[in-house]
Design a protein around this ligand. Sequence first.
Ligand code: URA
Length: 209
Amino acid sequence: MTVTRITHPVITHKINLLRDITTNSKDFREIVTEVTFLLTYEATRDLRLSKTMIPGWHGGDLEVDMVADEDPSIVPIFRAGIGMQEGFLSVFPTAKVSYVGYYRDEETLDPKLYYAKLAERAQERTNYVLDPMLATGGTTSAVCSLLKKAGVRKIKVLCILAAPEGIRRIETDHPDVEIIPAMIDSHLNENGYIMPGLGDAGDRLFGTK
Ligand code: URA
């Protein structure tokens, strides 16, 4: 499994704005979009190019390199993953969008699927799972299993913050999945929050409690 670590002063600065509890929802959403935009460049670095003829400005045809891969699918996990959707789509507007939703079973604490609508021919696409917070990794691991059951072979996980615990969980359950975190934090606290983290990403994005 690969963890692709991105270190860039702009990303560091923007993430630290997210940590600031005085950053309001509007700014929080915009910064998550900007960080996802930057992450998407890194995550799509391995796209293949192929030669294509285009009409050039001078009247003749021009042979150029264009992206050859099938349009990707993004898989935002309800609810906070939706906050990363716009950033990805602004880099890759033709990506398909597969939504998945899970709730936590009160007794077993296992993630239970309540919604899934995958892109058509999802198995032929690279699937980019979007969840700002890779905490325990339980839900993200369940999403990877769901996608694999649907025949998907290439999965990448994009997150704003990852905890080492969540990375280890994906490493164990899905060694073939690449994780691309904008930053790796210290640990999870006793309530499963990433530390130092930024709090509940869904609440911060959507102004809820
Ligand atoms: N989900 C969040 O929104 N925040 C955390 O710190 C952990 C999980």
